[in-house]
Write a protein of this length. Structure first.
Length: 140
């Protein structure tokens, strides 16, 4: 069991790798994961908090990245975000999308997926006011 625990990536490290950012170390404020079962369907949310200095460094990096967009959320990410927040509310998540900051969206649905709503997606939102990065996954 100890070997398995030592090989498991921390929630923060998972976010760093998924977003391909040079993220500073942050404190995990929220870590919810409802994935499970045979198909691994579910939602997850990880919220990381940074010091103001490290948060400012992250904001500078995001401001020049072409894969991060300025808030507010555009479609379809706004619709997906509403759905994820609604689903995670039952697990105790109380999150409000900030008015300012940046977001990153990736539709991970299989090729040829023709529905308007993605089957699998990832959204990350950075709030420079609170120096918090929220990372969400939806897998259906």
């Amino acid at each position: 069991v100890l070997l398995l625990a030592s090989c498991t990536a921390s929630p923060a490290k998972e976010v760093f790798q998924a977003l391909d950012l040079s993220l500073p170390e942050g404190d995990v404020m929220v870590d919810i994961d409802t994935h499970g079962g045979f198909h691994g369907d579910g939602e997850s949310c990880i919220v990381l908090a940074f010091t103001p200095e490290k948060g400012a460094d992250l904001a500078e990096e995001l401001a020049v990245r072409s894969d991060w967009q300025a808030l507010p959320l555009g479609d379809p990410s706004a619709t997906v975000m509403e759905s994820i927040l609604s689903l995670l509310e039952d697990d105790g998540l109380d999150y409000t999308v900030p008015a300012q900051g940046w977001y990153w969206y990736q539709d991970r649905s299989p090729a040829g997926h023709s529905r308007e709503f993605p089957l699998n997606c990832t959204i990350a939102i950075y709030d420079p006011q609170s120096c918090q990065l929220a990372y969400f996954e939806l897998d259906t």
